[in-house]
Write a protein that binds this ligand. Sequence first.
Ligand code: PMV
Length: 361
Amino acid sequence: MNYDNPRLILDSSNPPEPGGITWRSPSNIAIIKYWGKYGVQLPQNPSLSLTLAAACTDTRLEYEMRENTGGIELDFFFHQQPNEAFDAKIKTYLESLVPVFPFLEQLKFTIYSGNSFPHSAGIASSASAMSALALGLCSLEDLLFGTLKEPEAFDQKASWLARLGSGSACRSIFPHAAVWGESRFVPGSSNEFAVPVGDRLHELFKDFHDDILIVSADEKAVSSRDGHALMEANPYAATRYEQARTRMGTLLDAMQAGDLETFGKIAEDEALTLHALMMCSNPSYILMQPGTLAIIDRVRAWRAETGHPVYFTLDAGPNVHLLYPGEIVAEVRGFIEEELTEFCENGHYLQDWVGEGPEEL
Ligand code: PMV
């Protein structure tokens, strides 16, 4: 896959008017986890995620033609404030994309970005942020050159670009659910970009919740980047990658049939496997906290007691995601308030659900 395109150069004798593009893009929660990578942000195994709705990033990309060329000119504002760390990260990312979008060196950019959820919520924002930016860049290409009219080509390129920013971000481009990584169960799947699979799923996944219990909003002791790298020497890596490849078929069948029991069993096993892999890395580390385990225990007990299909998953941190269908939202919220918020930092949890994917504002 090579998106390098030296033809995407602006005619300086006929410069575009200054303008701006805004995209809102959501986070996503993986059911089959991506953990372990190779090459340039390529996954060792296929992953499947649900696209969320409430946790999202709005990114506005303003541009104007500049006189000088060479390098990236960017001012970056996060929640209206200049942010040097983000500015440097985005600049490096845009620099790496110059062969793909040579016009980036002809424009001056101002980017305004902000999240719908509090910065200190302990929710990773890289998926929503990098997908919003990738979509903005594709819109910009299309606006300036008219070269991305076809929606499938647009989404594929946006997903590819998002992946280079943050692996799991490539799955946020699509409504309801997406698969990233080659899988024999998903025609057209690729390690380079994600593909939508929402159309294959039972209707119940269109009205599906993910409430996020914030056990701790602190920054993680070990970043995802370091965690992926530790998989290279993990003694169970090959077995783990094969497990993910095989169970993709089982999960898709269950999600197609609306078989929540199989879905939930895989979701919980994936979450615990992810953390088990961290615990047997060298050096080992533990991101779960006592509150994480207490919540898991309570969820399993409440499920056994009531028969309600509520399942947990975790990403690379201590917070617990509760997955359940819309028809039991009142019961689950009551359970959360009564039994789970005591394990949450300041009693805090976020209500999210499966969404329709990104939108241009
Ligand atoms: O996209 P990254 O590099 O932040 O890795 C994400 C890894 C997990 O969130 C743990 C799993 C996943 O597939 O999203």
